[in-house]
Structure formats: structure tokens, C-alpha cells
Write a protein that binds this ligand. Sequence first.
Ligand SMILES: Nc1ncnc2c1ncn2[C@@H]1O[C@H](COP(=O)(O)OP(=O)(O)OP(=O)(O)O)[C@@H](O)[C@H]1O
Ligand SMILES: [Mg+2]
Length: 482
Amino acid sequence: MNIAIVGGGTRCKRLIELIESHEFQEIKPKVVAVADVNENAPGFIKAKTKGLFVTQDYNDFFKKKNIDLIIELTGNMDIYNDILSKKKKNVRAIANPTAQLFWEISRLFALQKITEQKFQETQTRYKAIINELIQEDVLVIGYNYRIVDINDSLLAKLGLKREKVIGRFCYEITHHQDSPCSGEHHPCPLIQTLNTEKPSQTTHIHLDKDNKEIYYSISTYPLRENDDVVGAIEISRDITNDINSQKAMMRQEKLASIGRLSAGVAHEINNPLTTILTTAMLIQEEIDPEDPNFKEMETITKEALRCRKIVTSLLDFARQLEPSKKENKINEIIEESVILTKKQAAFKDITLALELKDNIPTVFVDKGQIQQALINLIMNAIEATHEDGEIKVASDYNTENKNIEICISDTGEGISTEDMDRVFDPFFTTKEKGTGLGLAITHGIIEQHNGTIEVESKLGKGTTFKILLPANASTGGNNAGQ
Ligand SMILES: Nc1ncnc2c1ncn2[C@@H]1O[C@H](COP(=O)(O)OP(=O)(O)OP(=O)(O)O)[C@@H](O)[C@H]1O
Ligand SMILES: [Mg+2]
């Protein structure tokens, strides 16, 4: 389709450019001629430089054979009417307002294209922000608790695919519940944000894919659409490690202060206690065993001995002696500790099994202290296990983190969730005659060896204490077979 334009102004120039740049589907329009009285009009110059037919009199168009359409762009109706009266029948003509209408429509399409492109760009940028830049877990929730979006970090933690999460209720996914989980003891920052239309903050305990507790610091911000709050964006940070190290620090501080106090008290009590004990024993020697006072003196001796056992434990705990570390083979220390406790286990018909791995590097430890720690753990296991139960002591070497692992597991009564946080506390005991110092001492010993001790337990099923000790740096995994 060959086009001739009357009026060579800016719009003529843009029309030439537009037709040139656009790929048309069915028609093939081409501007072939421009008429304007002003030879300096931009459209006129454009046409001239492109080698098109240019004229100052549009009447020249009627002499040309190859023109299919005349577009009038001057806006003068007299000219348009003149064109209509002079043009051949097969030539079409478009008046300025019609041209203007098409012009506007084409701009609208162009604008829509830009908007779509902008939207795409915004989406890409948004995805990059929530998935790559924000290291925290992000959840976008609608007013009805339905998940609108979720980032990769949170998906990985939940072990779920995005398609399985979008559209589901947030409490289903994060709390494994079938109704909203907000309550007095578990305030939901989302509800707070929706009610107050303001950001909110709280700490929640979520469950991961293995049902392990993860502490989350959660912040929510309102999502607005035309001034209405339509949902909230929830950004949560896993603070489990922070909480655990805070707990460990508090425990350490508590141990240190109790240690100082105990050291003083135990020391003061130890001397008079020894006097009571020896005096009672001396008097007892003088008394006839048939004398009713003999039994009383025996009670004094027995109770004084019990006190001395407690005082000795207290001193052990308080002393926190610098370990005198030497190169040792961990399996040997374990075997010796087991020999020392085997009798107590046999007494209750408990099997005490060993599962020791070969090729474990040596450790740089105070043998006596590690033995004391292991005996404490094995004794606890024996005390918690019913007759015919089983206790397993295993050793292993983790080549990745270069740690030696010792696990003491039993099939005993287990530890309740409430007690779990307190078992390492000094004086925490559930036993009638316990001092509650065994695990506190053990914890102290392991820490002095730059190791860690963890506990996992299921009530009624059993308990496992796991000790990690750094392997001796100078030995590899192969040269120190045990
Ligand atoms: N293997 C275990 N199974 C179940 N509960 C355990 C186990 N080990 C420890 N506990 C719990 O932890 C508490 C504290 O243990 P800890 O060794 O510190 O003191 P204790 O055993 O009570 O006293 P002591 O060590 O002086 O005999 C125990 O009273 C018990 O409730
Ligand atoms: Mg104990």
C-alpha cells in the first residue's frame, strides 16, 4: 500500500519513521510521497533525504499512478474535501481527525507494551530480592492466611516445593495445624499487622521437616493496595543458634557462679565433716555392738559418709581443674570406663554393648577427666534403664569436621521435654539420692576439652548423649588405628 501525505510537519516525520520501524502482518504500507508548501518542514526534509517524491503542491499526487492512500495531516477540511473531489475512485483518503485517532490508538498499544515490560522487570527484581538478596525466610500472606508467595530459603527449610505451598494456609505449612495458631501464648504478628495496619515483631517456635524446634524472630509488614491492607509480608530469621549460644552462655555463667559458691561451702564443710566422721567411728569402737547407741552411731557414720560423697562431688565440680592433657586413644578410655561400670549394669541384667570404630585419630585429653565424664553418663544410663534393657557405647570419627564422636545410648525411661533444658544444671536431679551434679561436671569437663555434649531423648523410649571432641590435629585418620 503506497501512501502519500499532505502536510510535512512533525507528525508526518513520525509517521514515516513509525511505518518504517513496524513489522506489519498483512498490509505492507510504504510512504512514497509528501506534499507541503514549506520545504523546511521536518517531514518534508525526511522524505527528501529518503529519496521519496516531494512536492509543494498536493495536486501533483493526482498525476501519479502508484498512490493507493492519501493521508491529510494539515487539519484543513477544505483541503480534504478538495482531495476527495479530485482523487481517483480506487484511491482512498483519510482526514486528519481519523489519522489522529489511529495515532492515539497506536500510542496506547506502545504504552501497554512498555507497562507489560515494566511489570516483567518489577517481577524479576522482586523475585531477585526475596530469593537472593534477603537471606531471611520470606512469606507473603493474603488477608485469609493463604500463602501468596514464599522464597527459596524457606522452601528448602520446609523441604517443600513452591507449587505445594502457594495457596495453602500459613498455619498448615509452618505449624502443621489445621486452624489459625494465634493465641495468648502464641501471638501471631500477621494478625497484629492486619488489625493495627502497622509492622509487628515476635519470636515463634516452628517445626522443621524432622519436627525439630527452630526459633524464629518474625517481623511482619502490611501490604497495601489502594490504601487498604490486603495482607502482610512476613520476614523471619532463624535465631536457633543465637538462642542456643545464649543458653550455653547462661549455663556457663550459672556453672561458674555456683562453682565459686560451692568451692567455698564445700571446703568449709569438709573439715568439720571429717571430724564428725572420725569421732563417730571412734565412739562406735568403744561401744558394745548390743548397746542401742551403737545403731545410732552407725546412722551418724552412714549419713556423714553420704555428706562427704556430696561434698566430694561439689569439690570436683567446683575445682574445675585445668585438665592435664596427653595424647590418648579414645577407644581405650571408653573400654576402661565400661569395665568400671560393667558390674552395676550386670546387676540389673542390662547389656552394655560396645561399637567402637577402628582408625580413629588420637585425642589430646585428660584421661581421668574423660573417664569420669563417661562413667557419669554410663551410670545415668544404667540408673534410667529397666532390667533387661540395653546400653550402647559407640565411637566414630567424622572426617568432615574432624571430630571424634562418642554416643552413649540407652533404652531407658527417657527425659521429658520440660526437663530437657535442665539436665545439665547443677543440682537438678529426679533421683531420691542424686546430687544432680553428674551431668554438670561432665558438661564442664567436655567444655574444657573444647568439645560439645548434646542430648536427645524420647520419653519411654530412651536417651542418647553425644560427645564431640576435636581429634588430635597432628594425627591423621589412618595412622592412629586403635
Ligand atoms: N540417661 C538418662 N536417662 C534419663 N534421664 C537422665 C539420663 N541422664 C540424666 N538424666 C536425668 O538428668 C538428671 C541429672 O543427672 P545428673 O547425672 O546430673 O544427676 P543425678 O544422676 O540425678 O545425680 P548423681 O549424678 O549425683 O547421681 C537425672 O536426675 C535424670 O533425671
Ligand atoms: Mg548422675
